[in-house]
Design a protein around this ligand. Structure first.
Ligand SMILES: *Cc1c(COP(=O)(O)O)cnc(C)c1O
Length: 468
């Protein structure tokens, strides 16, 4: 296994300048501390409820926030807005088949549309779905369809200081134990995520994907990939896994996807577009059912909630995302931010992942109990300091246990600084690092939050808080 020093962090410092230049700019607005005080109180201390006009550098999410290329914008002009059989759909289908290798494609309005279709088609009440850590919308749809989710990620994923190069790996013993406990016939599929978002954007190795396939084959269990950031994952495999240094990202992606039976995709991430998603499968029966269901929830099976022009931009974005210079600059920008924070010994999840820096809010505020929402608090403090918007990935995002009604209490209590693709510069990263440091310097004065409004579903989006 390569160590952190051989993982391209130092050597690549001089070579990852962005492989593009800026053609159109959007002015940023700065605010005063008094304006930010008013805004965060009005938003109930929830960064999801801020107006973007009140935000300076927006690191809420990398979802749908990418800057499109001139080629993609040109593609928007050749949108074929026919209700049925749009030419752009066939371009998109061909791009997915070529780069991801799946046979059948069902377009959806975004990733959760695909998750809904897959869950409804594949899950029966009483089923069990194992996965390498949960994702919010993914688990919601699995549970809504009647399944129980089981986290089978390796223990290192829950340890913010572990330097394991593939913290997204599935623990085969945990998976085997679940199969033994509930029986293979109660497991419709393993939900395997590439660069596990909730673990800090941590990759899964090719070797692990291959081993999970072998185990599942023994029991006839399918594997569905959450392919949302699978190209980012391919870069980590190229950098860190023996035997892949000379393989292209496209080759790595094809092999990786080849260990699964299908995938759900949020095009708003890797595909460099602002909206869209898809479900893919090699199973003709599941395809039949999903293609039937898509007309109920999304739209006809040749647009699934996307405009023709959006499908064209997505097809072009797929090709651009697979270029190694682009991907190196994408991940390199996040590593740069990590190196700045490291200089000041600010606690965050290591190794640096593919799409974000995840600040360790437990270590940031050791004096706060988890029930006083340290990660939510840190997101609010960062906004107050500089107008930078981040988001909570901790106890609020984890929601409640459906049986006991108590909070899920995840080990990871993180505040995510998510970097949009091709949007911000290195100077913006400097400003972000300085603001995190300012919050770190006055961390002891911080007292946490109380939740005063809690929505029933995916509460982190709309929950409201007050200062303690
Ligand atoms: C964003 C995301 C989803 C859901 O996709 P949407 O397009 O937001 O509906 C699913 N899985 C992962 C890992 C994601 O990051």
């Amino acid at each position: 296994m390569p160590t952190l020093h051989t993982m391209g962090q130092q050597q690549d410092r001089r070579s990852w300048a962005e492989p593009y230049k800026i053609k159109v700019v959007e002015p940023l607005r700065t605010t005063t501390r008094a304006e930010r005080e008013r805004a965060i109180v009005a938003a109930g201390y929830n960064t999801f409820l801020l107006r973007s006009a009140d935000v300076y550098i927006d690191l809420l999410t990398d979802s749908g926030t990418s800057a499109m290329s001139d080629r993609q914008w040109a593609g928007m002009m050749v949108g074929d807005e026919a209700y049925a059989g749009s030419a752009n759909y066939y371009r998109l289908e061909a791009a997915i088949q070529k780069y991801y290798g799946y046979q059948y494609i069902v377009p959806t309005h975004q990733g959760r549309g695909a998750e809904n279709l897959l869950s409804q088609c594949a899950i029966k009440p009483g089923d069990h779905v194992p996965g390498n850590m949960y994702f919010t919308t993914t688990r919601y749809h699995q549970e809504h369809a009647g399944a129980t989710f089981h986290d089978v990620i390796i223990d290192a994923a829950h340890d913010t200081s572990s330097l394991h190069p593939f913290k997204g790996d599935i623990d085969l013993d945990k998976l085997q134990a679940l199969i033994d406990e509930v029986g293979a016939d109660k497991i419709p599929y393993v939900c395997m995520a590439a660069t596990v978002n909730m673990a800090g954007g941590q990759p899964i190795s090719m070797g692990n994907a291959r081993a999970v396939r072998a185990l599942c084959d023994k029991y006839g269990i399918k594997i569905y990939l959450d392919a949302t950031r699978a190209v980012e994952n391919a870069l980590f495999i190229q950098e860190r896994e023996d035997g892949y240094a000379d393989r292209t990202l496209a080759e790595i992606l094809r092999e990786f996807c080849g260990y699964s039976d299908g995938a759900t995709m949020s095009g708003k991430k890797d595909h460099l577009v602002n909206i869209g998603g898809w479900l893919a499968t090699n199973d003709p029966e599941l395809f039949e059912e999903a293609r039937n269901l898509v007309v109920v929830y999304e739209g006809l099976h040749t647009y699934g909630g996307m405009a023709g022009r959006d499908m064209e931009a997505m097809a072009i974005g797929i090709e651009e995302s697979i270029e190694v210079d682009y991907m190196k600059s994408r991940v390199g920008q996040i590593r740069y931010l990590g190196e700045l924070l490291d200089q000041w010994q600010i606690p965050f999840v290591k190794p640096v992942g593919g799409h974000a820096i995840f600040l360790d809010a437990r270590a940031f505020y050791p004096h706060l109990q988890q029930d006083h929402f340290p990660a939510q608090t840190l997101a609010a403090e960062l906004y107050l300091d500089s107008g930078i918007r981040s988001m909570e990935r901790g106890i609020v995002s984890a929601g409640r246990n459906q049986l006991t009604g108590d909070h899920h209490r995840p080990k990871l209590e993180l505040t995510r600084l998510t970097i949009p693709r091709r949007v911000y510069t290195q100077a913006h990263m400097d400003v972000v690092a300085e603001s995190v440091k300012a919050c770190y310097d006055h961390r002891e004065a911080v007292t946490g939050l109380n939740m005063v409004y809690e929505p029933k579903y995916l509460r982190f989006f709309q929950a409201r808080f007050e200062r303690r």
